[in-house]
Design a protein around this ligand. Sequence first.
Ligand code: BTN
Length: 246
Amino acid sequence: YARQLMILESCSSTQKVAKEWLVTNSFDGMLIVSEEQTEGKGRLNRSWNSTKGKGLWMSWVIKPAILPHEAPPITLVAALAIAHAIEQITTLQVDIKWPNDLLIDGKKVGGILTELQSTPEQIEAIILGIGLNVNHQQEDFEESIQKIATSLAIHHETPIYRSQLLAEIALQLEVAIRQFEKEGFAPFRERWIRHSPMIGQHVTAQTVRETIQGVAVGINEYGALLVETSQGVIPLFSGDVTLSKR
Ligand code: BTN
C-alpha cells in the first residue's frame, strides 16, 4: 500500500504534509513519518504532543478498494493492528478504547486520527494519522495530561527501538487492511472485543447530540459500539466514551 516512504526531521503535522502531497501527486500510497511535529493534531481538534525522538508520529495514506460507507471500521482495524504490532515487539499488553485509543494500564499510549477524502461514490484517500508515545518518562508529559498519558518505555524494562516498531506496525497495518478489504470487519470483531476491557462495563457516551448512559455490550459489523440503555441497544457511530463512576 504505502509504496513510498517520506521521513522528515520536523514538520507541522504529518496529516497536513499528507494532504499537501495528495494535491500534487498521483496516488501511490505513502507513509510519512516525522521525528517531531510542531502542530500535531488529535481528534476533536485537540493538540497532540509530538516531541522529537519521543514517539512515532506518522500518517499512512492509502486507497483501499472499498466504498466510502464501508470506511468507518478502518480505525478499529488499524487500532487492532497497531496493538498487535506492539505486542509482537514488546512484552506489553495493549488495550483498545473505542474507537481509536490505545491504552496500557488504563492510560493513553497512542491514538489514531482517521481522515477520509472521498466523493459519495468513491474513496480518494484515507489518511490514518497514528501517534504512539514510545520513549517518554512520566514527567515529559505536560501537567494537564500527566495522569492520563503514558508511553511504552514507562511500562517496559528494556529499550524499544522505534525503527523496529515502525516496521512491524507498517507490516501489521498492511496485513489487516488487506484482510478488511476482502472480508470486512467481521473477522476482526472477536479479537477486538478481547482487546477492549470496556465491553461489559457501565459507560457514559457523549455524542454531538446527547449523553447516553448504559452498558457497552459489544460492537457490530460496522464497527459501531453497542450500548444497552433503558431505551434498548443503541449503536454508537462516533463520540467519546468513558467508564461511568458508580
Ligand atoms: C487522538 O487520539 O486524538 C489521535 C492522535 C493522532 C496523532 C497523530 S501523530 C501523527 C499524525 N499527525 C497529526 O497531527 N496527528 C496524527
